[in-house]
Design a protein around this ligand. Structure first.
Ligand code: NAG
Ligand code: NAG
Ligand code: NAG
Ligand code: NAG
Ligand code: NAG
Ligand code: NAG
Ligand code: NAG
Ligand code: NAG
Ligand code: NAG
Ligand code: CU
Length: 800
């Protein structure tokens, strides 16, 4: 028995776990009287200092191997070694590679074709052959490319392994290659630093600093993404930013309002040109013209944005009342009520099961999501995230981040215990390949149950009250792509529904305030909260009782209707049902006033009342793109134009976006619009591509960071006539019925809830959490070429 000193007692008492009332227990019948007595004796009576169960979930064996999970370390090392021995690839190791050397960017598992996978997971066939998806950075040429190739079958065998261009998953058929606009990034940076240092007299005068490419630069220079790609040219617009003066990542809040334009077309820097300066909405085509104007009397100097506590996230301001007391926390007294196969990355909670996968470009995805053994979704995961800005200045106007270019995998950092996920959560590691190494993000996916702060169900009468807890299961990862933090959560509920949610936090990218009034609010000294749209595309490959599915739209319509029982027509409403027949009619927006239900159903699977079994897609807060035919992004974002788009599944259309779509905005590797060719959607294998998003017009509320509370978007999938038995949450024991009459309780029915008779030592929990925070290590790296599995080291790389 644990001896607790009095200092810890405060934390022990609130942690006495619920001793579930048994019906007919004498103290239950006397509930009202008991409350009037001192609660001391009762507390003592039910205090049991056995510590509660540990959170580590029980191990389970996945029914099938996880064929979506990544490569093993040994596989990645052998593939890398094999690739470096292919003379035709002519690869140079990353840390020796210059701008004119070919590099190996990615070695990852190629996602197997669904048709092959179903033969394995549903029909007892052999697991599909494994292939590696490899991306090459081909730069030893005047026309550099990013090239996708397929290597296999695995395991590598000298003599039988081959590589071939990977083309089938892309709409553009150019041997898996797209041009590479980044090959000369270092030279371009030097070229720009030459220009910006040429005006260091002006930057010293304006802001007391310079950007010369030296270690003591206090200014930074960066700009649009992607570069303008019109008329066969490559144009870059950049702007000056104050660097943060401490470790806080405040730079995107410190724009300075001076812009420059360069033409960096082609690989020959001697042909590149400087095209002009822009300051306070006045364009100067040459440095001489700008300098002359600058030193003339009457030149208007605009105040800079300077870092301060306003841009730092640490605590400041008067403490909140009573905030020195510890905040409520959730505990899991029974330990984890779910099981995990860590090797197969297979999870089961209540009646739900699924496999977890993780890729460099898209991060977390779930496969073969089943409820009570029946598949609901074959695949559920992020495809791409767009942040499309606008502004009076060319930099904000030119920014349209496609984040899979940077990747959600590389920036899915270790989660913070007790903050990103409750202290009792359990975790999985994730890995991604870069520069002949594999980086492992420790504890980067978390799993936990939580009790919603509202019940699943309740009902009161004068005789009884019935109430059911809403205990749900969460799978979560967070990717910090540059200034922004996206939290992705998949929620599973006992009513058979599930929810996909994204929340956004981190630093906004802001604009210089001058002349930007139509594109944002004035939020600090010279700062505009630059307006932008977030649109995040997800793939939901539903399989409702098999792959043959149909989308039904059921709409409430106002009508004037005559009835035999009424002598006058009546103004009322009724249901109108229709099916989406083909891909010529399958790019849809959520109906106004939420009038339409969108349901993926199977017309061959009717329930016992003759209705089609289905899952309804219910938006809770979403957005699609405001900008039409974006000048920045053209055909790269044809998935962002609607709330949801439905296509017939093809092994050749596994993803809506390619990480290098932004390298050729007019003819990207995956042009989503090309998926729509009037194919039938009636009782076919359907894929729903839906968007989460936010129209974000930052206000002072976004300083120093955007907050997760309101930067939020979600879609819920709910069973619709799917279960004959009604709401399946009736099966949980976590409910109560209290019968009462005339001030007396006659029954408290708790349905055999587990009795967690134990104490949570919150003092020790707090110590454990602090220990875990001190153990926050960041990523572990293992070198693959040369393969060095026994010498891991710690290194975490962020974009900024
Ligand atoms: C405390 O709970 C444990 C587990 O339910 C039980 O085995 C033990 O007897 C209890 N101890 C006391 C003092 O009630
Ligand atoms: C291989 O790459 C190097 C640069 O790393 C280049 O100089 C050479 O010409 C290339 N060889 C072939 C055959 O393309
Ligand atoms: C294949 O050949 C390479 C280079 O000769 C060698 O390093 C590697 O060990 C061989 N792999 C196998 C599986 O034989
Ligand atoms: C930058 O300037 C230096 C010195 O004038 C020159 O040697 C170099 O070639 C320039 N770099 C570029 C990329 O223009
Ligand atoms: C910045 O560093 C350079 C050398 O890298 C040095 O010559 C210069 O004096 C420094 N400037 C300032 C303002 O510290
Ligand atoms: C995660 O990675 C760390 C470091 O390599 C390792 O110690 C730990 O066992 C891994 N966790 C799981 C669940 O595999
Ligand atoms: C988008 O704009 C470009 C340039 O004006 C035009 O060529 C193209 O047809 C437009 N596309 C659409 C779908 O409107
Ligand atoms: C996947 O399916 C496509 C389209 O049928 C086919 O071209 C490709 O070879 C298949 N890939 C593998 C690895 O079998
Ligand atoms: C789409 O297909 C249907 C059925 O095959 C056909 O009747 C219709 O004309 C097609 N529409 C277009 C726009 O091609
Ligand atoms: Cu935003």
């Amino acid at each position: 028995m644990k001896v607790l000193n009095s200092a810890l007692l405060f934390s022990l008492i609130p942690g006495v776990c619920l001793a579930s009332p048994k019906p007919k227990a004498p103290w239950v019948n006397a509930a009202r009287t008991r409350l009037m007595k001192s609660s001391h004796s009762n507390t003592k009576r039910y205090l049991n200092t056995t510590t509660c169960a540990q959170a580590t979930p029980a191990a389970v064996s996945a029914p099938k191997s996880n064929i979506w999970v990544g490569l093993t370390d040994d596989e990645a090392a052998s593939i890398t070694n094999w690739l470096f021995h292919q003379p035709d690839l002519n690869l140079t190791v990353s840390d020796k590679a210059g701008e004119w050397d070919n590099r190996l960017l990615l070695v990852e598992l190629n996602q197997p074709n669904k048709s092959d996978v179903l033969a394995y997971i549903d029909n007892g066939g052999a697991p599909p052959a494994r292939y590696a998806h490899v991306i090459l950075d081909i730069r030893a040429t005047l026309d550099p490319t990013y090239t996708d190739i397929l290597v296999g079958p695995l395991p590598i065998q000298n003599g039988t392994t081959t590589w071939q261009p990977l083309e089938y998953p892309y709409t553009r058929k150019t041997g898996g290659s797209v041009r590479n606009l980044d090959a000369d990034y270092d030279t371009m940076t030097a070229f720009i630093m030459n220009i910006t240092s040429s005006i260091s007299d002006i930057t010293m005068n304006l802001w007391g600093g310079f950007a010369k490419g030296q270690d003591n630069d206090t200014l930074d220079v960066w700009g649009i993404d992607p570069m303008w790609q019109d008329d066969g040219k490559l144009i870059n617009w950049l702007t000056f930013w104050n660097k943060a003066t401490d470790e806080f990542d405040a730079e995107t809040l410190l724009p300075l309002g001076l812009f420059l334009k360069v033409d960096v077309t082609g690989r020959d820097p001697s042909k590149w040109s400087f095209e002009g300066w822009l300051y306070n909405d006045i364009f100067y085509p040459t440095t001489a013209a700008f300098r002359e104007a600058f030193y003339k009397p009457g030149f208007v100097q605009l105040a800079p944005n300077v870092e301060g506590d306003w841009a730092r996230t640490d605590r400041r301001g008067d403490p909140l009342p009573l905030d020195d007391l510890p905040a409520p926390i959730m505990t899991a007294p029974g330990g984890s009520r779910y099981t995990v196969d860590q090797e197969a990355k297979y999870v089961s909670w209540m009646d739900w099961t699924f496999y977890v996968a993780f890729t460099r470009d898209r991060g977390l995805a779930l496969f073969d999501i089943r409820y009570r053994g029946q598949r609901i979704l074959y695949e559920l995961g992020l495809q791409e995230a767009l942040a499309h800005y606008a502004g009076n200045d060319p930099v904000q106007s030119g920014v349209g981040y496609l984040d899979s270019y940077y990747g959600f995998g590389p920036y899915a950092f270790q989660l913070v215990p007790g903050y990103d996920c409750p202290s009792y959560a359990s975790y999985m590691n994730t890995s991604f390949y870069t520069e002949e190494t594999t980086h492992t993000h420790i504890n980067s996916i978390c799993f936990f149950e939580y009790d919603a702060e509202y019940p699943m169900q309740r009902h009161s009468t004068g005789d009884y009250v019935a109430n059911t807890k809403n205990v749900f299961f969460t799978v979560r990862s967070v990717s910090t792509v540059g200034n922004y933090d996206y939290m992705f959560s998949y929620y599973f509920y006992t009513d058979g529904s599930l929810k996909v949610e994204v929340r956004a936090s981190g630093y906004i990218q802001s604009a210089f305030y001058a002349n930007n009034h139509d594109y944002g609010y004035h939020i600090h000294d010279s700062l505009s909260g630059s307006m932008h749209d977030h649109v995040l595309n997800f793939k939901a490959d539903f399989d409702i009782h098999g792959t043959a599915n149909t989308l039904q739209l059921t709409t409430n319509v106002p009508v004037t209707e005559s009835y035999v029982w009424s002598d006058k027509p009546r103004n009322t409403m009724k249901l109108s049902r229709r099916f989406i027949e083909s891909e010529s009619d399958s790019q849809l927006n959520w109906d106004t006033n939420a009038l339409t239900q969108y349901t993926i159903l199977n017309t061959d699977a009717v329930n016992k009342f003759g209705e089609y079994r289905g899952y309804r897609i219910l938006p809770t807060s979403t957005a699609h793109l405001t900008v039409q035919n974006s000048s920045n992004l053209r055909n790269t974002i044809n998935w962002a134009t609607h709330d949801l788009s439905i296509t017939q599944h093809h092994d050749t259309e596994p993803r809506s976006a390619h990480p290098y779509n932004n390298q050729d905005i007019h003819d990207p590797p995956i042009d989503f619009a090309k998926f729509f060719n009037n194919e039938s959607l009636v009782q076919e294998d359907l894929v729903v591509w839906f968007n989460l998003g936010m129209h974000h017009v930052p206000s002072t509320q976004d300083l120093p960071n955007t907050v997760f509370t309101t930067a939020h978007s979600a879609v819920h999938f709910m069973p619709l006539n799917y279960f004959d038995e009604g709401d399946v949450s009736r099966r949980t024991r976590n409910m109560v019925r209290v019968n009462y009459d005339g001030g007396e309780v006659s029954a408290v029915e708790t349905f055999g809830q587990g009795e967690a008779v134990c104490s949570v030592d919150l003092g020790a929990e707090g110590e454990k959490m602090e220990r875990e925070l001190w153990g926050y290590t960041g990523d572990v790296v293992i070198r693959k070429f040369p393969y060095d599995p026994n010498d891991p080291y710690f290194e975490s790389d962020s974009i900024v």
